[in-house]
Design a protein around this ligand. Structure first.
Ligand code: NIG
Ligand code: FE
Length: 408
């Protein structure tokens, strides 16, 4: 057993069985000052006031938090970190005035990453992906969803998903994998979008499903990418293999993707930079977690999601990094939390819930992660002593994370 002693403040205590926070629930943040927490077999066994802390038995490890905070590690429910190389030339193109859509229309963007990935060996891709995972865990992330979508051919999509499976086996972080064959139309199918959708539904999905290489299925449902009806067809093909949907929607335009996600029981609808009251209405009362990605708003100069409108309508929201080479080259969840507060006017409590329990829900792991709850996996952050939770997004660059605990 590990006993963490002298915790200044234990943050994010949630009763067992609460899988997400919505509406006024987003404001709830239960903490305990001057606390201890015990970990056995990688799970949170107990916690309470320091005065009730058990004495260590032989073989127990004592970890003195020295007055620091203990928080659940961040969950990042939307990333594209399995990619090869980088795309800083497009970063310069954007500085010089080109938009994300213009770069994509010229054959750059996602297709550029697909070319790089095609010419990179599986081992090299694994090393590049693992380096990003290690970078993220060092910054406090304990669970990561990773998408395919830079393969865009049967072989290369499978190559990506095999790499993600290796990462799953080797990293102490909890990893979920998402098949995103419909991220863009592969170069070989240029001008033949419907045929590419056929390839996704009839060849890629069965190959991925039979090899059990993915937990979820995603489609980039947006202007210039895939339509709502193509999205629905792909989701339904995935359902045959038990792949739950997580949909990219409304990044570049009001795409109709949110409605498709909500109507098909998707786990999450992600991006939502462009959202009207109709999308909020479509999501109310559904199982779908609205997920916002302020990193891509920041990097591409897009509007930020209307998080407050969602919460005022009784919905929850999750925040994730979208870490990818084209629209968000950062997996720093503390920066995501800070942008949630600064740019989306979320209170620190709301931003914290969005980056922990709700982002765990959006990747299907909130029964085992995302809060301080007995029995949950002890993926934890220990910080230096901090004056309050608000200090985390306020001083978003100070190196106050002292330890990230990710039991095997
Ligand atoms: O979430 N929107 C689609 N996919 C990514 C960008 C991928 C890329 O440009 O490489 C995103 O922003
Ligand atoms: Fe994305």
């Amino acid at each position: 057993m590990t006993i963490i002693t002298n915790i200044g403040e234990l943050c994010g205590i949630v009763p067992r069985g609460v899988l997400r926070k919505e509406g006024a629930g987003m404001d709830e943040l239960v903490t305990l000052k001057d606390a201890f927490l015990t970990v056995a077999d990688g799970r949170i066994e107990d916690f309470g006031h320091m005065k009730d802390c058990p004495s260590p038995a032989d073989g127990d490890e004592v970890m003195d938090a020295c007055g620091g905070m203990v928080l659940p590690a961040f969950c990042d429910s939307h990333t594209h970190i399995c990619y090869a190389g980088s795309r800083e030339q497009e970063f310069i193109d954007k500085i010089n005035g080109l938009s994300y859509e213009e770069i994509a229309a010229r054959g750059g963007g996602i297709l550029n990453s697909a070319d790089l990935l095609h010419s990179t060996s599986e081992d090299d891709l694994y090393l590049q992906t693992m380096a990003r995972v290690n970078e993220m865990t060092a910054k406090g992330t304990g669970a990561i969803e990773i998408k395919s979508g830079y393969g865009l051919s049967v072989e290369d999509e499978l190559k990506m998903l095999r790499v993600i499976r290796r990462v799953k086996e080797d990293s102490p972080a909890t990893i979920k994998s998402t098949f995103l064959g419909a991220h863009a139309v592969g170069r070989a199918y240029s001008g033949r979008q419907e045929e590419y959708v056929d390839l996704v539904c009839k060849e890629m999905v069965p190959a991925v499903g039979e090899a059990k290489l993915a937990d979820f299925i995603d489609v980039f449902c947006d202007e210039g990418f895939f339509t709502p009806s193509q999205t629905e067809r792909i989701i339904i093909a995935g359902q045959e293999y038990g792949l739950r949907a997580k949909i990219h929607a409304n990044e570049l335009a009001v795409s109709g993707g949110v409605q498709v996600a909500a109507a098909n029981g998707a786990l999450s609808a992600d991006h939502l930079e462009r959202t009207t009251p109709a999308e909020i209405e479509a999501l109310r009362g559904t199982v779908t977690m609205p997920t916002m990605l302020p990193g891509s708003s920041f990097f591409l100069g897009l509007p930020y999601g209307r998080a407050k409108d969602f919460i005022d309508s009784g919905l929850g929201i999750a925040l994730a990094s979208d870490y990818n080479p084209g629209s968000s080259p950062s997996g720093d969840m503390r920066f995501v939390m800070a942008m949630g507060c600064i740019k989306m006017r979320l209170t620190p409590e709301r931003a914290f819930n969005a980056c922990t329990l709700n982002s765990a829900y959006a990747m299907g792991v909130s029964d085992i992660l995302g809060s301080i709850t007995k029995g949950k996996k002890a993926n934890l952050i220990i910080t230096d002593p901090l004056p309050s939770l608000a200090y985390i997004p306020y001083c978003y660059q100070s190196p106050f994370i002292r330890k990230v605990l990710l039991p095997e």
